[in-house]
Design a protein around this ligand. Sequence first.
Ligand code: COA
Length: 555
Amino acid sequence: MRILFLTHGFNSLTQRLYAELTARGHEVSVEFDIADSVSEEAVALWRPDLILAPFLKRAIPESIWKHHLCWVVHPGIVGDRGPSALDWAIQEGANVWGVTVLQAEAEMDAGPIWATQNFPLRRARKASVYRQEATEAALAAVLSALERLERGEKPTPLSEWPNARGQLRPSMKQVDRAIAWQKDDTQTVLGKIDAADGFPGVADSLFDQPCHLYDAWPEERLRGEPGAVIARRATALCRATVDGALWIGHVKRAGGIKLPATIAYAKESAGVPEVPLDGWWASEHATWQDIRYEEDGAIGWLHFDFYNGAMGTEQCQRLLDAFLWATQRPTRVIVLMGGRDFWSNGIHLNLIENAPSPADESWANINAIDDLAEAIIRCESHLTVAALGGNAGAGGCFLARACDEVWVKDGVVLNPHYKNMGNLFGSEFWTYSLPPRVGAEGAAMIMHHRLPMLAREAVQCGFYDAVLPAPTFRVDIARRAQELAAAWAQRRADKRAQRAADEAQKPLATYRAEELAQMRRNFYGFDPSYHVARWHFVSKTPHSWTPRHLARHRM
Ligand code: COA
């Protein structure tokens, strides 16, 4: 089928549907919802059999839905309507939620139903549920709707749907989200921040200055006056509640961008007592710990749950310290687990934007992530595995490839290219790791197409090593890591020999120097594209046109 995506942006869910439908042989083109006339033009150019709206912030124009088959992917159960579907479900603690594919009609989200898919609602951040369960459910619902369409079936009107529980809900306002620090218990505060994460956050204040709160973590031990900031650790701040405490990882100050809490409030947090953890071992009680290490026999598990997968200079340095420490342990395999939602999205563009000299900070950050990648590549004591249970983008995809093995969960979406960020050349040793696996031509194609890649495509083309089914991902990586540990002696000898041969042919330092010479040009050179693109990215500038590599109808 010829399908046109009409969407507010090419976000994670849209990318997943795009890649899955393309892989099934559908011809998909994308138009961002900018103006009715632009959407009408896209429809006229692409002449789609179906228009799919996977992520839309306003209704499809009547001039389009009246004459074409249009489906809206709504992140809610049958009957649910309104723009804050997931927000209400999470804040009110629903146990089950869903995604529904509806036919677009005059009233938003009220058209007849093509398919729906429910899922158990995890107690987690909205963005996390959206990227994981809601995305899986959306794919299942869209595929089942397509099957119904192919069978010539008609959609079911809402009035005929048995036991529709959903209802019309208003847009959630900040008054609905407001935290009453003298009254709300920890679970309630966590629920409110989770329901608003990553957008719009909860409007609150810190150090008597207004801000939005994000990235909350429970804390089991610390206590204090409800609402008071009682501790800091690395980049997070701990606040007391009426019955305990929680950590705030990120905030957005009025007029600012989203930043780690102690950086957004650098001066104010300087006086807050630092409560460090004792080393890298996973804490036994709930607390803020972005890097944590666990061990099971010959296997070391290194988790790094960095918000949004962004890895700033200091985070890379701390992760390097943790990795080097892990290599001193009497284990044989180190599994780099990343975080639940993202494995890594490369250098931290918000911290770079916030720095006095973004060029200098970009340079420091790329060197810090390269130091980490280099330590992994040069590691001789252990076999290393990157286990991607969450999406990865740009440098994050290549940081993973620094490991001896890369295992990826089915459903993960990868963006192994840099050019979308103002034509960045990229580093993380991609020129060393990519071509031998996919060939020079394959590498050029991946870099230039700038399109998302499914986990199974990454394995098919040889970039990554194994795609593992989502439901058994943890069990499978544990089993595979044990097998690797059993083959350690031979594998380690092979790895050393390969590394020595590679080094003799072209030293790793040369790859790094060549990549960094290009990056230096991106950061300090005449062409400001990277700085402009980064500014648009962190400021979330609305799209004013659809990139050509997505809008195939405009090629
Ligand atoms: N630095 C800082 N923030 C980042 C980031 C990075 N490298 N990558 C993603 N984010 C943030 C986004 O700003 C967004 O923030 P929000 O919580 O305020 O909404 C959040 O992570 C999710 O990103 P989003 O773009 O909405 O997710 P997605 O799943 O739709 O898209 C990517 C994923 C990786 C394609 C996209 O985020 C991206 O292009 N990131 C930049 C990658 C990059 O160029 N890195 C630098 C070169 S190494």
